[in-house]
Design a protein around this ligand. Structure first.
Ligand SMILES: Cc1ncc(COP(=O)(O)O)c(C=O)c1O
Length: 356
C-alpha cells in the first residue's frame, strides 16, 4: 500500500519544464510552436495533449495499474467516449441500476443510433450470462450502485464476458482505485466521475478513463481527440491536487459512514440501512471482502412508514441537501425526488430500457 500512497502524491512523472517545480505548472496554452515545418513535436494543440492534463492522466494510469489514462471534462464525457467504441449493430449488456445520466445517454442517444442494449441485474450472473448474444461486444456496469449500494463482481463478470469475447467496462466512481482496481480483477476499461472522490472538493467536474492495453488506449485516444471533451488544464491541476489526499479522505469517509450507520441502526425512526458491509451474510459483503478494501463513503436508509422524508432533510442543520458525493462536506438527498426522479417508482430502482 505504501507504493499506492506514494503514487498519489508523487505519481505521473511530472514534466516540470526544467524549473524544479514540484508540481506540474498549469500550461495555459491551447497551441504550441513548431521549431520548424515538419518538426516532430511532443505537444501541438491542447485537445490532442497538454502537459498538465498529461500528468494527471499518467497519475490515474499508475493508480489503476493500467496502460494509459484519459481525462475528460466530466464523468459523462468519459462515459460517452467509452461507449463511442461501439458501432450500430453492436450489443451491450448493461447494469439495470446505473447512474441516471448514463441511462439517458443509452436511451436517448446511443439506442437511436443503432447500438443495442440489454439491462440486467449484474449481481445475478445467470441473468448476465443469459443476456449475451452473438453481437455482444461489452458488459458495462457500476461496481457499487446508487442508491441501494448493490455490489457486482468484477472478477466473475470479466470471466463470463471474456468467454463471450466481450470487453468489460466498469464505472468505479463509488470505490476509486484506493479501494479497488478493476483492471487487476479482469476489467478492460475503468472509468470514473472524477467530479466525486478523485477531485474530492466539489469544485471541479472531471471524468477519467484508464485502459488495460495499448490497443484499447489507441482507440480511446482517437475518440478523446475526435470528440474533444477534454479536461482543461486548470481543472487538471485541481484534480491532481485532490488525488494527492485520496487515501486520507477515503479512510475518513469510511470511518464516518460506519459511525453514522451505527447511529441510524439504533434509531427507532429508521428502517433499513443500505451499505455493503451491513449484512455480513449478503452477496454484497462477500464481493466487497473479496475484491475491494472497503465500501466507500455513501450509505442510504429508509425512514419508517409514515415519516416525512422532506421534513427530515429540510430539518438537517449541518448536512447539505444536494446531489453528488465524495467531497469534504456531507450531503444528503432524496433519490426519488432528486438524482433518480426519472425512475419508475416501483421495482427496486431499475431503469426501463426503451424498446426502440
Ligand atoms: C456513478 C456515476 N457515474 C457517472 C456520473 C456522471 O459524472 P459527472 O456528473 O461528472 O458527469 C455520476 C454522477 O453523479 C455518477 O454518480
Amino acid at each position: 500500500m505504501t507504493k499506492f500512497n506514494t503514487l498519489l502524491v508523487r505519481g505521473g512523472k511530472p514534466d516540470d519544464n526544467h524549473t524544479g517545480a514540484v508540481n506540474v505548472p498549469i500550461y495555459n496554452s491551447s497551441t504550441y510552436r513548431y521549431p520548424k515545418l515538419g518538426s516532430d513535436v511532443r505537444w501541438d494543440y491542447e485537445r490532442s495533449g497538454n502537459p498538465t492534463r498529461d500528468n494527471v492522466e499518467n497519475v490515474c494510469a499508475e493508480l489503476e495499474n493500467g496502460d494509459r489514462g484519459f481525462a475528460f471534462s466530466s464523468g459523462m464525457a468519459a462515459i460517452h467516449a467509452a461507449l463511442s467504441l461501439f458501432k450500430p449493430g453492436d450489443h451491450l449488456v448493461i447494469g439495470d441500476n446505473i447512474y441516471g445520466g448514463t441511462f439517458r445517454l443509452v436511451n436517448d442517444f446511443l439506442k437511436p443510433r443503432g447500438i443495442k442494449f440489454t439491462a440486467v441485474d449484474t449481481q445475478d450472473l445467470q441473468a448476465v450470462e443469459a443476456a449475451f448474444t452473438p453481437a455482444t461486444k461489452a458488459v458495462y456496469f457500476e461496481t457499487v450502485t446508487n442508491p441501494l449500494l448493490k455490489v457486482s463482481s468484477v472478477k466473475q463478470i470479466s470471466r463470463l464476458a471474456h468467454q463471450h469475447n466481450a470487453m468489460v467496462i466498469v464505472d468505479n466512481t463509488f470505490l476509486t482505485p484506493y479501494l479497488q482496481k478493476p483492471l487487476n480483477l479482469g476489467a478492460d476499461l475503468v472509468l470514473h466521475s472524477a467530479t466525486k472522490y478523485l477531485g474530492g472538493h466539489s469544485d471541479i467536474m472531471a471524468g477519467i478513463i484508464v485502459t488495460k492495453n495499448k490497443a484499447l488506449s489507441d482507440r480511446v485516444y482517437k475518440l478523446q481527440n475526435s470528440i474533444g471533451a477534454v479536461l482543461a488544464p486548470q481543472e487538471a491541476n485541481l484534480l491532481r491536487r485532490g488525488i494527492q489526499t485520496l487515501n486520507l479522505r477515503m479512510d475518513r469517509h469510511i470511518s464516518n459512514a460506519k459511525k453514522i450507520i451505527k447511529y441510524l441502526e439504533r434509531n427507532d425512526k429508521v428502517g433499513r440501512v443500505y451499505y455493503p458491509t451491513v449484512d455480513k451474510n449478503s452477496t454484497d459483503y462477500a464481493i466487497i471482502k473479496d475484491e475491494a478494501r472497503g465500501a466507500g463513503g455513501v450509505l442510504s436508509f429508509e425512514l419508517k412508514d409514515g415519516l416525512d422524508a422532506a421534513k427530515f432533510v429540510n430539518s438537517l442543520q449541518l448536512i447539505i441537501l444536494a446531489v453528488s458525493l465524495g467531497a469534504a462536506e456531507s450531503l444528503v438527498e432524496v433519490p426519488a425526488f432528486m438524482s433518480h426522479f426519472e425512475i419508475p417508482k416501483q421495482g427496486g430502482w431499475k431503469w426501463e430500457l426503451r424498446t426502440s
